[in-house]
Design a protein around this ligand. Structure first.
Ligand code: FMN
Length: 212
């Protein structure tokens, strides 16, 4: 009887020890440790912005019928810059024929229409793309109001333009007087009817500017 009891006790003891040794806890711990390593590793990755794609770029544009705005958006996608809509204090007419007369009169008067929007944090931008439609073979006069409202010393100005076909017109010759102190880079003109699908042309132009 005594021997039987001793035998049973030994069996219980051996089973208990075997159960502890075969527990799944270490395996779980191992798995947890592995997981925490693999989760934490990506956080040490550095996601650096490609050259020239920084928040010191402003894309300022005026657009009456949307072509220049579309071009501005493509430039924004390519550079990662900030978009800014140049607006007149008093909106232009919606009527095309009336606008032709208004724009021509503004040009004859060498007018500086009042601006309805202001750039915040102008000092934080180093590169400013300035976009406009060609109106009567010149920039719309509102662009000169915009240029003359800011200090261009130390800034890089990159013009862009859409038109019915006549390009920048006289505007490129006039930019330096209205943006004194700016370094003016080669601009890009795209006919309004060709802005759709112009992403590659815009990307190649921006790459050539070497903004980094
Ligand atoms: C008042 C006015 C004058 C224009 N003058 C010219 C011009 O002299 N030469 C030209 O090629 N296109 C001219 N256009 C056509 C615009 O430049 C063209 O449609 C442009 O893409 C419009 O840009 P937006 O859609 O951003 O306003 C004129 C358009 C308007 C409304």
């Amino acid at each position: 009887m005594k021997k039987l009891l001793l035998f049973l006790l030994s069996v219980v003891l051996i089973c208990t020890l075997a159960a502890c040794g075969g527990s799944g806890a270490p395996a779980e711990n191992d798995g947890g440790a592995d997981e925490s390593v693999s989760v934490s590793e990506p956080s040490s990755d550095h996601t650096t912005e490609p050259a020239g794609k920084e928040d010191n770029i402003l894309i300022a544009y005026f657009s009456w019928s949307g072509n220049t705005e579309q071009m501005a958006q493509m430039i924004q996608s390519e550079t990662g810059g900030e978009l800014f809509k140049i607006e007149p204090a008093e909106p232009y007419t919606d009527d095309y024929d009336t606008l032709l007369d208004v724009a021509q009169q503004e040009q004859r008067d060498n007018a500086r229409p009042e601006l309805g929007s202001q750039v915040e944090n102008w000092d934080s931008y180093d590169v400013v793309f300035v976009g406009y439609p060609d109106w009567w073979s010149d920039a719309s006069m509102l662009i000169y109001s915009f240029l003359e409202a800011y200090d261009w010393n130390g800034k890089t100005l990159v013009p862009f333009c859409t038109s019915g076909g006549s390009g920048f017109g006289r505007s490129l010759d006039k930019l330096p007087d209205s943006a004194p102190g700016a370094a003016i880079l080669d601009g890009l003109h795209i006919p309004g009817s060709s802005v759709d699908g112009a992403e590659d042309e815009i990307a190649a132009w921006i790459e050539g500017l070497d903004l980094s």
